[in-house]
Design a protein around this ligand. Structure first.
Ligand code: PLP
Length: 395
């Protein structure tokens, strides 16, 4: 018998875990409305044609080789230009590593900096892999409070209180998954100053940087001054290439405080050889080609966000804060006597109506429980049908 490690046994991913129950019901003939996963391609969004063509051309032209472990220089140059233009940060191509999505960037980073027992400060609630990956690398996730009544803004006092001599990393996710909050400049400055004071590495996940509705995203590295920030970003959302698995990390470290971190991350990149080479050519086309699809996507999403927020707040017992970016809502639900917890609520809703959402405790048992996350990616007709079902179910 193979003995499986505890590290792997305890792995969870709530967003995909609830799908198992949905697939079972679908097999039995029930119609399911999937509102659980942040993949625009599963709805009415598609990878722009010029990006698809670049991928096909790369294959036809024979760029099917292993490529530079750090990512092709031309792509790193294009990323550097994009980060300057969109996020107002100066990053040299030498300070960028192309990865198989933000997901791989995170595993490189945590593998490099977390020693057993080290603590990682993560916003509560957060995209779940931050919690599971920290545990995977023998670290301890410490969730910092974000305040629902203040639009899910981080509680600075709580962060301060939770900093210990074991805190090695502080995570920022802006725009946020699951709450849709765009962190304000003042908050980002306070967070990075605090991190600087305590010698904590800031990792800023900005994968939704270009998916915003009412106000602009501000990059942590743009305002952190001499405090080092590692930014992570990718092509799964704004460039509609989720399945091609491409992202990047960059180091913003004007005073070289991070020592040889980058060289060590490059070593991790080398042992997995390279990312998908044709997808890198497509990513160059994505960054340097027409950007119209982003505007169109945001227009569609804003309409859907406005509809969804109005509709969800009309339902008795459910209350949601308006998301400013990304494509998620994180409403609170009154569980009352009817459900013991949010997972029970989600599974009951699924069984009775076929609407699949994700339980809030999967994003953090403390600050996420009593909530659920849903995407507002589908067309209004589909959202309408889902809300009709949720409303009937609630009453
Ligand atoms: C905040 C956040 N970070 C990272 C990811 C994963 O990104 P990638 O597809 O680049 O691995 C997601 C996906 O939903 C996300 O919401």
């Amino acid at each position: 018998m193979v003995k499986i490690t505890d590290r792997v046994k305890k792995l969870e991913f709530s967003i995909l875990d609830v799908v198992i129950a949905a697939k079972k019901l679908e097999k039995e003939g029930k119609e399911i409305i999937y509102l659980n996963i942040g993949d625009p391609i599963q709805y009415d969004f598609d990878t722009p044609q010029h990006i698809k063509n670049a991928m096909i051309d790369a294959i036809q032209e024979g760029f099917n080789v292993y490529s530079d472990p750090r990512g092709e220089l031309e792509l790193r140059e294009a990323i550097s230009e994009k980060e300057k233009k969109i996020n107002n940060i100066d990053i040299s191509p030498e300070d960028i590593i192309v990865t198989a999505g933000v997901s791989e960037a995170l595993s490189f980073l945590l593998a490099a900096v977390i020693h057993p027992g080290d603590e990682v400060l993560i916003p509560g609630p957060a995209y779940p892999p931050y919690i599971s990956m920290t545990e995977f690398f023998d670290g301890k996730p410490i969730m910092y409070r974000t305040i629902e009544d203040m639009g899910w803004n981080p509680d600075l006092e709580d962060i301060q209180k939770k900093i210990s001599d074991k805190t090695k990393v502080l995570i920022v996710i802006t725009p946020n998954n699951p709450t849709g909050l765009i962190y304000k400049e003042k908050v980002l400055k306070e967070i990075s100053d605090l991190a600087g004071e305590h010698d904590i590495l800031v990792i800023s996940d900005e994968i939704y940087d270009q998916i915003t509705f009412d106000k602009k995203h501000i990059s942590t590295a743009a305002i952190s001054g001499d405090v080092p920030v590692i930014g992570v970003n990718g092509f799964s959302k704004a460039y509609l290439q989720p399945g091609w698995r491409l992202g990047y990390l960059y180091s913003h470290d004007p005073e070289n405080k991070l020592g040889d971190l980058l060289e060590n991350l490059v070593k991790e990149a080398r042992i997995r050889i390279s990312t998908n080479s044709p997808a890198q050519k497509a990513a160059i086309a994505a960054l340097r080609g027409p950007q119209d699809h982003i505007k169109e996507m945001n227009k569609k999403l804003k309409e859907r966000r406005d509809y969804a927020i109005k509709r969800v707040n009309e339902i008795e017992g459910i209350n949601a804060t308006k998301p400013e970016g990304a494509f998620y809502m994180f409403p609170r639900v009154e569980l009352g006597e009817r459900w013991d917890n949010d997972l029970e609520f989600v599974l009951d809703l699924l069984k009775k109506t076929g609407v699949l959402i994700v339980h809030g405790s999967g994003f953090d048992p403390e600050y996420g429980s009593g909530h659920f996350r849903m995407v507002f990616l589908p067309q209004v007709e589909i959202l309408e049908k889902a809300f009709q079902k949720i409303e009937e179910f609630m009453t």
